[in-house]
Ligand binder design. Structure first.
Ligand code: DCP
Ligand code: MG
Length: 414
């Protein structure tokens, strides 16, 4: 007789960072539906207070960490963070095999149009919704309306729509890492260029390539980013770039709102030569279809860069994208690349922060704050009782300071 080990095991811990959450789990039929509802809730909300979206995400995270397929609603009730709305969705899927609410969202044109518009680089939910409410439904509606004054990044986003909505493969990410690394080594031998974000957590596709650049000797990373960008520009490898300076201010670490990081970084679009990737072409969507629903497009419900339009607008970008590129057969594919510079003393915290997932980070920060009286950022960990910073030279050190069992990147997929 099989023993239901989990019924006698301890209850699931409250914080996601206390659990093991892998990419592959037993409850995709629920979590894909909840991810779609999260995305849809994000489209409806404005500002940063996306509590409905967060509720769906937290419910999905609990199901992802479950060691077996969920088979009854009573068990779902016992899991942490499964709210009333999520319970209803889970119950529908258990009983009917699909969620009517999810189906209705997919059948309407709001969700589909919002996916289309937020897929434009530089367009967040607020702008997309404004366009939807104006009556726009297609990319050509946007392209052909002379009254819209599109930002430079949004124009590039429209021009490269197909490229930027085709998932980046791991093979492509490796090529881009090599390209950047070879330039970095010429400028500052011994510097490190590490592929972070979803790829480091074991994903084989992503919406962008996140490269964390550092040097074991503190200070040697200074000036590196502009120099690397100059070299890449010289080789005509950049279609777009916008750099933001390091705005890190150690005195602000104790402020509650201090959660985003302040490293020197560059959002860019690389021109990846097609001849380099011909053997690794991939054109399939990243997202799975939620229970009983055929999903359109390649948009990833996990896509976290929505709402970034403000900072991009403020930063203003420089684009190098000539008419010739558009009219002639393009020999390259546009790929989103984030380059982040971290000094050695902050590297371990930056690595945790940029490995994610975004939700894992959120839970780590809450755990640090509420359970350990510590403030965690992508720069430092600060003990608010002892009034001291806790240095870390590895990710293991970070978990150790927080008195949490170490989680491999592949176990941080919540
Ligand atoms: N990050 C974060 N908070 C944000 C944005 C990012 O903590 N608002 C961190 C966690 C992410 C990492 O940076 O894992 C990289 O950001 P991405 O948006 O690229 O996220 P992923 O790499 O996880 O997803 P994708 O595979 O879609 O690129
Ligand atoms: Mg990424």
């Amino acid at each position: 007789v099989p023993v239901a080990t989990e019924s006698i095991a301890e209850p699931m811990p409250k914080y996601e960072c206390q659990r093991i959450t892998r990419l592959k789990h037993h409850n995709h039929r629920f979590t894909t539906a909840l991810a779609l509802l999260e995305e849809h809730a994000g489209y409806l909300q404005s500002g940063k207070q996306d509590s409905r979206a967060l509720a769906f995400r937290k419910a999905a995270c609990s199901l992802k960490a479950l060691h077996h397929p969920l088979t009854n609603i009573e068990e779902a009730r016992k899991l942490p963070h499964i709210g009333r709305h999520s319970l209803e969705v889970i119950q529908d899927i258990l009983e009917d095999g699909f969620s009517r609410e999810v189906q209705d969202i997919c059948d309407g044109d709001f969700y589909e149009t919002m996916q289309l518009f937020t897929g434009i680089f530089g367009v967040g939910a607020t702008t997309a919704r404004k366009w939807y409410e104006t009556g726009f439904r297609t990319l050509d509606d946007i392209r052909n309306d002379s009254t819209l004054s599109l930002k430079r990044d949004q124009k590039i986003g429209l021009d490269l729509y197909q490229d930027l909505n085709t998932p980046v493969s791991l093979a492509e990410a490796d090529i881009i890492q090599d390209l950047v690394n070879s330039e970095v080594q010429k400028l500052q031998p011994g510097a490190t260029v590490v592929l972070t974000g979803g790829f480091r957590r074991g994903k084989t596709e992503g919406h962008d390539v996140d490269l964390l650049i550092s040097h074991p000797t503190e200070g040697k990373e200074t000036g590196l980013l502009s120099a690397v960008l100059a070299r890449l520009r010289g080789k005509d490898l950049l279609a777009y770039e916008t750099m933001s300076a390091n705005t890190y201010d150690p005195s602000s670490v104790s402020k509650k709102e201090y959660t985003l990081d302040h490293f020197e970084r560059c959002f860019s679009i690389f021109k990846l030569d097609k001849s380099l990737i011909s053997s690794t072409q991939n054109a399939k969507p990243t997202s799975e279809s939620p229970a009983g629903v055929v999903q359109q497009g390649t948009s990833n419900p996990d896509r976290p860069h929505q709402g970034e339009e403000v900072s991009l607008e403020r930063a203003g970008g420089t684009a190098s994208f000539s008419e010739g590129d558009k009219t002639a057969e393009k020999t390259w594919v546009g790929r989103r690349v984030d380059l982040i510079i971290a000094p050695a003393s902050q590297y371990a915290y930056a690595l945790v922060g940029w490995t994610g997932s975004k939700h894992f980070n959120r839970s780590l920060r809450l755990y640090a704050d509420h359970e350990r009286n510590m403030k965690l950022t992508s720069h430092v960990l600060y003990d608010t009782v002892k009034h001291q910073y806790l240095p870390a030279s590895s990710e293991e050190d970070v978990f150790h300071h927080l008195q949490l069992p170490y989680r491999e990147p592949a176990e941080r997929n919540c």
